[in-house]
Every structure is written in structure tokens, then in C-alpha cells.
Design a protein around this ligand. Structure first.
Ligand code: ADP
Ligand code: MG
Length: 392
């Protein structure tokens, strides 16, 4: 019979890293969350070679004391929870104390941090999870976390990475998610020295701030005529900008879902959205930035190692509420007009709800008729997408 052995720390580390660090974007997501948890109002991100060579995040948050620096990359080291019951009241993004541990075990990491900007900062350098150097550096405000040569010691894992273009798209998406969910915070993203996004802290109320970011991210065509939805019942609050039925997209990639400001996948929310459009949709997709807020005890984020997939205690209740909130908002936005009998007036898609000679709801013309392509960066997934959207 095979002998039972306790795995070596080295092996355990790499296994743990496999769960948290799937690709460069998973590193970036964790680093941004740490900056947000540290109360940063400004986060600057630099990426080189699709994150394989470098991911650097500089925040102006609370920073760490020197004694905490080496602890931060240890397993289960966290300043965010201490007893199991805390899990039910999590308000921070992180809580497992696993991110820096996992990231540092498959990369070369350097963390510079200062809890007091008037005093020298400290740094640690680690390789494969071992600290190889530490010391003092000039003062900074907050923390710089630099992750180099991701998967340098687990070459098999880097083979699973997709093309640079695809990994970059994931990195960009990760910043877009953070920017939508944190409109009071400035984000700067540079990829290989090229500025991709420069989101300044937005002004105004929730919807104004969100719309400003949504416009920057989705572009002019897609964000045109979006409908704002804001409803709440005793358990759930939903707020979103969502495409009007006359301006749907060819793909489902312009959808940003959040629960308590965390980007999530939830079949329930997605199905609720799609069923709110019902027949209006054809085979096209709404663009949306949708926030659900509810008490942490009403859902479980713990079911997914990267905290993306969530499950609500009352999936049916959430489904019904979101569906009816969006359906009502769409209904309100349908403007009754007299449709003429000329075929040119038929909507391009969703023609099944068009019928001649009747007063029917109609919508603004479908997207993509603008002749001017917006200036989008080479790297932006927006570039190819807006092109495909305007060629439809
Ligand atoms: P978690 O976020 O789950 O606590 P991490 O491994 O991501 O675990 O981070 C470990 C700890 O290191 C955090 O709890 C926090 O105290 C500290 N830390 C990490 N990044 C930062 C940062 N940018 N600013 C301040 N503290 C940080
Ligand atoms: Mg964290």
C-alpha cells in the first residue's frame, strides 16, 4: 500500500498558489484589493509583457509597519479577521491571508511600504516565497507591490497562459471592474509604458459617477441611452446602467456584475437580466454595469477560491427582484410613437415585436451607425469590439 507522507512546504505553497494565481490578472486583482482594503484613494498600476514580466501596484493607502512586512507574505497572515465569526461580517475584499503568500511563492516579489510617510519606508524582496533581502528606502506614502517573473519556478503553469493579447485583456478587465466598483478612487493603468486608463476620482451622486466610468469603459456607442435602474426591497438593493433595448450589443462582453462591490459571476443575476428583456432582445446582449447590495450573511462568496462565483441564500427572491426592477425600468423607457409603413423604419433586429400601422413602443436606432470610430488604444479590448459592433 502507498505510504502516507506529509507534503513539503515547497509543494504545499505551489498547490495553494495554483488555486489563487491562475494568471497575471488574478495577481493584479488581489493587489488592487489589498490597496482598496488599505484605504487607498489613488492606485497606479503598471504592467509589462502582459503581466508575465511585471505587475506593479502603487497605492497611497495606510501602508504596513516594518514588522508586518515579512508577515504579509506568510500563509494565513491577515490583519482583517481573527475569529471564524468575523467571516460573516466581512467588509474588506481580502480575509484569507492567502494572496500575498500564494503570489510570492510563484514569483519574485518586492514590497515597499510605509505606515508613516514622514519616516523612511521599508522593503522586502522575496523569491519563490523566501525573503532574500530587506531594508530601508526613502519615504513613500502607502505601498508599492511589485511582482516580477510570474511562474518563474513553475514553468508548467506559464504554459497554461493564453496569448499576451488575451492576458492583457484580462488585466484591463480587472482594472475596469475595480474602477466601476470604486468611483471615488483614481486609477491609472499603464501597459508597456502606454497609458490605457486614467480614471480620476469622479464627482456627483452614485449614478453620475458610475455613468462617467461606464462611458470611459464602454465607449460612446455602447453607453448611449443607457437606462438607470435603482430599486430596493427589504433584503436587496439593485442599481445599474443597462442598455436600452434599441442599443444592444453583438456580444455579452460588456457586462459588469457586482455584489457588494465585488465583481462576481452569478447565473441567477444574469438570467434575471436576460429574462427582463424577454422578446425585446433578439439574439443580442445588453451592456450593463450592475450592482447588487445585500447584507453579507445573505450570500456566500466563500464557495470559489478566487471569490468570484457567489450563491445567494434566496436565489429565487433575488432573481424575481432583479428581473422585475429591470423590466419596469425598460417599460418606462419605451416611448410610444406612430410607426410608418415604410420598411426602412423597421428596427434592425427584434423585428418580431414590430407590427405595421399600430402605436407600438419603439427605441432609438440600433448602435453602430456612428461613422466616427472612437480613438481606442491598441491594447484595449474595446478597440476590436467597437469595430465589430459598428460593422453589424
Ligand atoms: P488578506 O488581504 O486576505 O488579508 P493578503 O495576503 O492579500 O491577505 O495580505 C496580507 C496582509 O498584508 C493584509 O491583511 C494586510 O494587512 C497587508 N497588506 C497587503 N497589501 C497591503 C497594502 N497594499 N497596504 C497595506 N497593507 C497591505
Ligand atoms: Mg488581500
Amino acid at each position: 500500500m502507498a505510504e502516507i507522507k506529509i507534503l513539503k512546504e515547497e509543494v504545499v505553497k505551489k498547490i495553494a498558489a495554483g488555486e489563487v494565481v491562475e494568471r497575471p490578472a488574478s495577481v493584479l486583482k488581489e493587489l488592487i484589493e489589498n490597496s482598496l482594503d488599505a484605504g487607498a484613494t489613488k492606485i497606479e498600476i503598471e504592467v509589462e509583457k502582459a503581466g508575465r514580466r511585471l505587475i506593479r501596484v502603487y497605492d497611497n493607502g495606510s501602508g504596513m509597519q516594518f514588522k508586518d512586512l515579512p508577515l504579509s507574505i506568510k500563509r494565513h497572515s491577515t490583519s482583517k479577521i481573527s475569529v471564524f465569526e468575523d467571516l460573516e461580517r466581512i467588509k474588506t475584499f481580502g480575509f484569507r491571508g492567502e494572496a500575498l503568500y500564494s503570489i510570492s511563492s510563484v514569483s519574485k516579489i518586492r514590497i515597499v511600504s510605509s505606515a508613516n510617510e514622514n519616516e523612511p519606508a521599508h522593503y522586502i524582496k522575496g523569491e519563490g516565497g523566501k525573503i532574500i533581502e530587506s531594508g530601508k528606502t526613502p519615504p513613500i506614502k502607502g505601498t508599492i507591490t511589485e511582482v516580477r517573473d510570474l511562474f518563474f519556478n513553475t514553468p508548467a503553469r506559464s504554459k497554461f497562459l493564453k496569448s499576451d493579447q488575451s492576458e492583457r485583456a484580462h488585466l484591463i478587465r480587472c482594472v475596469e471592474d475595480a474602477a466601476c466598483a470604486n468611483t471615488d478612487i483614481s486609477f491609472l493603468l499603464k501597459i508597456d509604458g502606454v497609458e490605457i486608463y486614467d480614471f480620476r476620482a469622479a464627482r456627483g451622486d452614485f449614478s453620475q459617477k458610475l455613468l462617467e466610468r461606464a462611458k470611459a469603459i464602454l465607449g460612446k456607442n455602447i453607453s448611449r441611452d443607457m437606462i438607470f435602474v435603482s430599486e430596493e426591497n427589504k433584503d436587496v438593493k439593485v442599481r445599474c446602467f443597462i442598455s436600452s433595448p434599441g442599443n444592444l450589443c453583438a456580444t455579452a462582453m460588456n457586462q459588469y456584475y457586482f455584489v457588494n462591490r465585488r465583481p462576481v459571476h452569478s447565473k441567477t443575476i444574469r438570467q434575471a437580466v436576460y429574462s427582463a428583456y424577454e422578446r425585446l432582445r433578439g439574439n443580442r446582449h445588453p451592456a450593463l454595469v450592475l450592482f447588487v447590495e445585500t447584507e453579507p450573511e445573505n450570500f456566500d462568496v466563500n464557495i470559489h477560491p478566487q471569490k468570484k462565483e457567489i450563491k445567494f441564500l434566496d436565489e429565487t427572491g433575488v432573481f424575481r427582484f432583479i428581473k422585475s426592477s429591470i423590466a419596469r425600468a425598460i417599460e418606462k423607457n419605451l416611448r410610444p410613437v406612430k410607426i410608418l409603413e415604410t420598411p426602412e423604419n423597421a428596427p434592425e433586429e427584434g423585428g418580431h415585436f414590430f407590427s405595421k400601422d399600430k402605436i407600438l413602443p419603439t427605441f432609438p436606432p440600433p448602435a453602430g451607425h456612428s461613422s466616427v470610430m472612437e480613438q481606442v488604444s491598441l491594447f484595449s479590448p474595446r478597440a476590436s469590439q467597437e469595430r465589430s459592433d459598428s460593422s453589424k
